[in-house]
Design a binder for this molecule. Structure first.
Ligand code: CS2
Length: 469
């Protein structure tokens, strides 16, 4: 059965469906970056709020580049399923929270209109690290071609161009400010977004920058749910087991966590009634997640791929890679910051171990390996810099870092990374003896994030030499 509004009443009994009539709800949220992660995370919390009787919080989804999610969801009236997979039987839930998907290059005016609408109170974002165009020193990279083009008003393509045009219209219409809620895996994601948007607006229209500072809020949030890219085999399973044809299906683990800084302009869905936590300071949770979960994930990816493995569950079971990732989490990441009162990092590490091992969730290492240059600063380099300052060694992290350096050489595989060309040039000019220093020495490409000591550079160079000979 093809999933759409008219099929809702005839769905198989095991599939949970919205307790509200989706088409009777207006949108209150615009989401930028409507990929699988958003659909398995924030949209599920919002759907739960509407199931519980809250009204008019549907989501206007925006794809910044590709039309594929629009092509999957719009013919299904925005409906899609989230299937949780563990060793138990998969559970299927139909989500009605997404009203429509707009594709930025096709209809920028519709997106600006949605951002400017008085019904919109919250903009959530999952645009991945590179979508923020951050400069190495923090703040917005004004030299990025897409940012320069948006500042030249050549038609928005970046989140900043769209937000600026939307906020401009809101100010004109006295529609009030927005809550801009970043849900990406970056340290201090709310503050980073606020700072970069402010940098952009100062160039775009300084009076709008001032207006946005006064009227908008930028809460930080920590988001956590492992959502592998959907495969044809997943869709087949859904159709064979549940009789459902769903082009927009997403598959995930039972675990889900969302910790949000309680700093909103106006109303919001009661997400905390449905598992989210509203706190005054997200930092310890965000740090734990980035350094432990994401830090271990990236280590599993580069070291696992080097051994010819493909999945996270295989890498965590590997006799060398698995123990290294555990040491990285427990001995290096968990000891690099102070947890919040009651935050149990050892328990968190145990949970992560079990989540990585979930055999029902084939999570591909190449999915994690992409965009490493944007990920390793907050996943590894901040931890390395804390320990280096305290005179402590970080052998597991250094081995992972050597694994990444070797990976970005890209000899027989495609490196999917916005810094791919710079990394390739660094390898060409520095060679294996000098690459560690070209990246992490005092004039290295990553020196704004971390400058390795001489001893560490030698240690890295030795690892690289050993692996290459
Ligand atoms: C992963 C994350 O792809 C990656 O880099 O580390 O997407 C990870 O699965 C999520 O952050 C889990 O919440």
């Amino acid at each position: 059965m093809k999933l759409n509004l008219s099929a809702l009443d005839r769905l198989p009994a095991q599939a949970r469906r919205p307790a509200y009539i989706p088409s009777q709800h207006a949108c209150g949220i615009v989401h930028l970056g409507v990929g699988a992660f958003h659909r398995a995370h924030q949209a599920v919390y919002t759907d739960a709020a509407m199931n519980a009787g809250e009204r008019n919080w549907r989501i206007m989804g925006v794809s910044l580049r590709s039309p594929s999610v629009r092509d999957q969801l719009n013919p299904q009236d925005g409906l899609y399923t989230v299937t949780t997979k563990s060793e138990a039987r998969p559970e299927v839930r139909v989500i009605g929270a997404i009203a429509d998907v707009l594709v930025a290059p096709e209809d920028p005016a519709a997106i600006i209109g949605a951002l400017a609408s008085t019904a919109t109170r919250i903009v959530t974002l999952t645009v991945t690290e590179k979508g923020y165009h951050q400069s190495a020193g923090g703040g917005l990279d004004m030299n990025a071609p897409a940012i320069a083009a948006d500042l030249a008003h050549s038609g928005p393509t970046t989140i900043f161009g769209f937000l600026a045009a939307g906020l401009h219209r809101r100010r004109q219409a006295s529609a009030g400010g927005l809550t801009l809620l970043s849900c990406d895996n970056m340290a201090d994601n709310g503050k980073s977004l606020a700072r970069s948007l402010n940098d952009f607006l100062e160039q775009y229209d300084p009076s709008l920058a001032d207006w946005a500072r006064r009227t908008c809020r930028f809460p930080s949030s920590m988001v956590d749910r492992i959502v592998p890219a959907t495969t044809d085999a997943d869709r087949r399973m859904l159709s064979e087991t549940f009789g459902l044809e769903d082009s927009g299906a997403v598959f995930t683990e039972p675990f889900s966590q969302w910790i949000i800084e309680d700093d909103f302009v106006g109303s919001r869905p009661g997400w905390e009634q449905h598992g989210a936590e509203l706190v005054s300071d997200v930092a310890p949770y965000e740090t734990a997640k980035l350094r432990m979960l994401n830090g271990a994930h990236s280590a599993l990816a580069y070291l696992g791929l080097a051994k010819g493995l493909s999945l996270v569950s295989e890498a965590i079971a590997d006799p060398q890679v698995g123990p290294l990732a555990r040491r990285l989490m427990r001995e290096e990441a968990a000891t690099s910051f102070s947890p919040a009162p009651g935050q149990n990092l050892s328990h968190y590490a145990d949970e992560l171990d079990a989540r990585f091992a979930n055999p029902a969730l084939p999570h591909r290492l190449v999915q994690i390996a992409m965009d490493g240059s944007q990920k390793i600063p907050q996943r590894w380099l901040s931890t390395l810099s804390v320990h280096q300052e305290a005179g402590r060694d970080s052998p597991a992290l250094l081995q992972a870092l050597a694994g990444w350096i070797l990976y970005v050489r890209g000899t027989s595989w495609e490196v999917d990374d916005p810094m791919r060309d710079q990394l390739a040039r660094a390898w060409q000019s520095a060679g294996h003896a000098g690459i560690a220093s070209a990246l992490f020495g005092s004039n290295g490409l990553f020196s704004e994030h971390w400058i390795a000591s001489e001893a560490t550079l030698e240690h890295l160079a030795k690892h690289i030499r050993t692996e290459m000979t």
